[in-house]
Design a protein around this ligand. Structure first.
Ligand code: GRF
Length: 212
């Protein structure tokens, strides 16, 4: 059975959706371990409740980010994962980390990339008067929130919305699309080759999968 290691920093609602998808066999793989850079991340409790080993690694215990990431790689490697999944992991990864997990590192970002990389995406969408927003699952490369997009889900923004309302709507979509994309990878249907994302050996378009 293929194995995933998941990196979080906070609430872990996406982690929860992945754990549940494994439990119900929508993802035919398992979560071997959850790592957090924050000891108080609620996602750690979710992992423990599911019987998944957890580890906390604090940046402040290391002299620099490179040595932090090297230790993280070392600890992750103990689980020999097929896939490393970023699920609300709030640290920017070193190029050593990204290279080590090249082609098997996925992230979910709460915007319709390439729009709004980085932080406060909902705030920016509101400020700009957008009527549409969303979330993107993508392979990770060395450029922040770039890397080939696998799947996007769109949500409307209504005039009465605040950031919180948008975040709830976006997360609802995230909990549906992230497990689906992970299931594709676990089944060998989704790959990254030559810096591009492929599904069933078909090159995915720039905005990711779209049902025809
Ligand atoms: C999600 O919105 C995800 O897109 C972003 O961080 C958030 C994590 O939420 N990368 P949670 O911790 O999974 O609830």
């Amino acid at each position: 059975m293929k194995k995933m290691v998941i990196l979080i920093s906070g609430n872990g609602s996406n982690l929860q959706s992945i754990l549940e998808a494994c439990e119900s066999r929508r993802i035919k793989g398992s979560v071997s371990a959850v790592f957090s850079n924050k000891a108080n991340a609620y996602g750690l409790s979710r992992a423990r409740a599911a019987g998944v080993p957890t580890h906390v690694l604090s940046v402040s215990d290391f002299s620099d980010r490179e040595s932090f990431d090297l230790q993280l790689i070392k600890m992750i490697e103990a689980y020999t994962p097929d896939l490393v999944v970023l699920a609300g992991y709030m640290l920017i990864l070193s190029s050593a980390f990204v290279s080590h997990y090249q082609d098997r590192l996925l992230n979910i970002h709460p915007s319709l990339l390439p729009k709004y990389p980085g932080l406060h995406t909902h705030r920016q969408a509101l400020k700009n008067g957008d009527t549409e927003h969303g979330t993107s699952v993508h392979f990770v490369t060395n450029k922040l929130d770039e890397g080939p997009i696998v799947f996007q889900a769109k949500v409307p923004i209504f005039p009465s919305d605040d950031e919180k309302a948008i975040a709830v709507r976006v997360k609802h979509q995230e909990h549906a699309i992230y497990p689906l994309v992970l299931s594709w990878f676990i089944e060998g249907r989704l790959t990254m080759r030559e810096g591009k994302a492929w599904l069933d050996n078909k090159l995915l378009p720039p905005q990711g999968y779209a049902r025809k």
